[in-house]
Design a protein. Structure first.
Length: 370
């Protein structure tokens, strides 16, 4: 897809446990054009209805717009001063180039994590081929050997986390929108996992001055969790990460009211640059950002940021004829009209995902580097 082409895609989860969750009632779409990305959703309770063969069919449902959680936090929460200094020291252009390259690495890391979660196996010996072909497809010039070693470390660290916390994936790349909040986002992983809980569970001191008094202990319980994957090895926590996870949790509960009173924990997963045994950092963000604070930044965003539906798209085409009046070689449309037309006429592609297997097949060497 070229960057200046407008696309509308319906987004579906990469993996979804039908025995644990029902599909969201709000079909979600994503619009991409010249580097911009926004979410759109349809409320099935709106539009024209017809009962046909015992089924309710909705015609021409109106499209609603939603801001993504990353855009929301980036536009409303100040950047860390350390990041600002890093950009200043490196230089803006060099910093952006490095950021974009690390983002590509992060995308491949996500793909490998998801592949291993779904298939429950991953052949590390095939990673040189995976990295080489990924770089060729995306026209990247990187040190492929370093990427291979990093991915091996990261996958082993991730596998260790999955074993130690007995992780059971319920949804991977789950995209949801909340009409109440006007916000949408994607969870890297929604799962069941073990959680070490501190508290007073009936045990008492057997001797000493506190004999007979309640004793604080630990126990392992199963919990629901949203886990966000991070490729940065030295980065932990951060208010932006906490805010994004808190917003994702609120969006999830709006879509699944049966889980409204369930405890859902929030984590950032970071692989470490380990040397002897696979290690990682799991940052507990469950109390990192309150729901009230999320509502505050949503209000701030809607107060000062322009609505995405008011943006325009210009299409240019045909042969310019100087003997004819102008205006015949371009059209200008409001984004809302373009997206509404695409949805009404089913002119959208279903979101697709890469598995690491996709990069096992040989591709041309153009753009790759060693």
């Amino acid at each position: 897809m070229k960057q200046d082409e407008l696309t509308v895609s319906q987004i579906k989860a990469m993996h979804f446990a039908n025995d644990a969750l029902m599909l969201s009632p709000y079909p979600l779409y994503r619009y991409e054009y010249k580097g911009d990305r926004f979410y759109y959703y349809i409320d099935p309770n709106e539009g024209n209805f017809e009962i046909k063969e015992g089924k309710t069919i909705t015609y021409n449902p109106p499209v609603h717009f939603a801001v993504g959680v990353t855009t929301l936090t980036r536009r409303t929460i100040p950047q860390n001063e350390g990041l600002v200094k890093w950009i200043a020291n490196m230089g803006y252009d060099a910093a952006i180039a490095y950021r974009d390259q690390r983002a590509k690495y992060g995308s491949l890391m996500h793909t490998c994590y998801a592949t291993m979660l779904i298939k429950k196996v991953f052949n590390l010996d095939l990673l040189p081929e995976v990295v080489h072909n990924y770089c060729a497809v995306n026209k990247l010039v990187v040190n492929e050997g370093v990427w291979v070693d990093d991915l091996k470390q990261d996958l082993l660290a991730f596998a260790t986390f999955l074993h130690e916390y007995q992780v059971k994936p319920l949804a991977i790349e789950l995209s949801l929108a909340s009409p109440r909040l006007g916000v949408a986002g994607t969870q890297d992983l929604f799962c069941e996992m073990d959680f070490e809980e501190k508290g007073y569970f009936g045990e008492v001191y057997a001797s000493g001055i506190n004999k007979g008094q309640p004793k604080e202990t630990k126990r392992i319980v199963r919990t629901l969790a949203i886990v966000d994957f991070k490729s940065g090895r030295d980065t932990t926590g951060g208010i932006h990460n906490a805010a994004q996870l808190a917003a994702l949790k609120m969006i999830f509960k709006d879509n699944y009211p049966t889980h409204a009173n369930r405890d859902i924990r929030l984590y950032n997963f970071h692989p470490k640059d380990w040397r002897k045994v696979p290690t990682y950092t799991l940052v507990d963000q469950s109390q990192g950002f309150s729901e009230a604070a999320v509502m505050n930044i949503i209000g701030l965003y809607h107060e000062f940021e322009p609505a995405p539906e008011d943006k325009t798209v210009v299409e240019m085409f045909g042969v310019i004829n100087l003997d004819q009046p102008g205006g015949e070689n371009f059209t200008t449309k409001v984004i809302k009209e373009v997206v509404q037309e695409a949805v009404d006429n089913s002119k959208y592609a279903e979101q697709t995902y890469d598995y690491a297997d996709f990069y096992f097949d040989p591709v041309e060497d153009e753009g790759s580097g060693t």
